[in-house]
Design a protein. Structure first.
Length: 397
């Protein structure tokens, strides 16, 4: 009996393993996932900082006032001034304690003195020490991915090393005697598209991927896995998971110590999709061989499983969006997922349904940015109708 989407995700999440970690230079951590949260070791700004080019002085200072010094960004300068005197401070420079800053346009500079209408209040045109970040503030949590923005923030606080999760080791297996990796194809042979697609997606997500293709011979399948399946964190296969005489994935998974978590999910395309787990927590996600079914299986199940391996959090980003074109009705009583592109009109995202989308299609891959979820037995859907859509963006937390 096929399980529901939510049941399948819960079963995959139970008892999952987490990969180890390592210390790396912050400058090399882009795209990695933090194994340990980060707190600010110091405030930001680290000192009172001028936001304009101008003149710093204490309240009560009257015009004209002697110009005591000039402070440029990166220079120490005097830490304090007396009432009745001023210092020039460039944007980003350290402002003496208790001062405000008059913009240079408000000041007339003479021979060693400045003239102005009125002294500024304390903190005027000043970014105060710790105004943005206080010492001890949380910068990022364990499980967060180091984006360029996170990296910039961490470097601003002079954190030069971070602890990140090791890249998960994935074994991606395409099954099918008909598959060819390169060269022209003829007769019943076809080119392997699932393997390269998954390989590219997983590497972009930070995984260490080993990819292979095996024939529909159970002995050859077992032989190909021997010695390669022990040191992996996740196995992903495409094809060989239905009930035909050449579908050997479930049998081979059992031979290597994997027990079923579920056999089949109530969705289309991809109903045969199954999952297995080894006692050490390693999961085996068995996706169907049809390309669109494999792509949907990747978005629905592989992405959250991969996030779990690195201690991350993944919530599928569902949005309710209007259709830019019609989709015919489908007869199935279970939910159908339709591949879509995205466009922008009048400030709104619009789903652009693929005109041709049987599960064996490949052309929709080129513009695949979302999946429209069509409830079982529903439709037809007209242009402008709003439907629930899984948008292919990073999971939301």
């Amino acid at each position: 009996m096929p399980v529901t989407l939510h049941e399948a995700l819960a079963l995959i999440g139970e008892g999952r393993r987490t990969v180890g970690s390592e210390e790396v230079q912050t400058g090399s951590a882009l795209g990695r996932v933090l194994a340990r949260g980060l707190k600010a070791p110091s405030p930001l700004p680290p000192f009172d900082q001028a936001t304009v080019d101008g003149y710093a002085m204490l309240p009560g200072t009257t015009s004209p006032a002697p110009l005591r010094a000039r402070i440029f960004a990166g220079e120490e300068g005097p830490l304090s001034v007396r009432t009745g005197e001023a210092v020039y401070v460039a944007t980003g420079g350290r402002v003496p304690q208790g001062c405000g800053v008059l913009m240079q346009e408000e000041v007339t500079e003479g021979e060693g003195t400045i003239s102005f209408a009125k002294a500024p209040p304390v903190g005027d045109n000043v970014r105060s020490m710790g105004e943005e970040i206080r010492q001890g503030d949380i910068l990022a949590a364990a499980g967060d991915r180091v984006t360029s923005g996170v990296q910039a923030l961490v470097l601003a606080l002079a954190i030069d090393e971070v602890e990140v999760r090791l890249p998960p080791r994935l074994l991606v297996i395409s099954t099918g005697t008909e598959l060819r990796e390169e060269g022209p194809v003829s007769g019943p042979a076809i080119r392997n598209t699932n393997g390269p697609y998954l390989d590219a997606e997983l590497r972009a997500a930070g995984a260490d991927v080993h990819r292979m293709t095996v024939s529909d011979d159970v002995k050859a399948f077992r032989s190909a896995l021997a010695g390669r399946i022990d040191d992996v964190d996740l196995v992903v296969t495409t094809g060989g998971i239905s009930v035909g005489p050449k579908d050997h994935v479930a049998e081979v998974a059992g031979d290597f110590g994997f027990s079923p978590l579920f056999r089949g999910v109530a969705l289309r395309p991809g109903r045969p999709l199954s999952a297995f787990r080894r006692p050490d927590g390693v999961a085996w996600l068995a996706l169907p061989g049809n390309p669109l079914a494999a792509a949907l299986g990747y978005d629905l199940f592989v992405r959250p499983a991969l996030a779990g391996l690195v201690g991350g959090r993944f919530t599928h980003p569902w949005l309710r969006l209007p259709l830019g074109g019609a989709i015919r009705a489908h007869r199935s009583s279970i939910d159908r997922y339709w591949p879509c592109g995205l466009s922008l009109a009048d400030g709104r995202l619009i789903l652009e349904p693929a005109p041709y989308a049987p599960s064996g299609a490949v052309r929709p891959f080129a513009s695949l940015m979302a999946w429209a979820r069509l409830p079982g037995g529903a439709g037809p859907f007209d242009q402008g109708d709003e439907v629930e859509a899984l948008v292919r963006m990073d999971g939301l937390t």
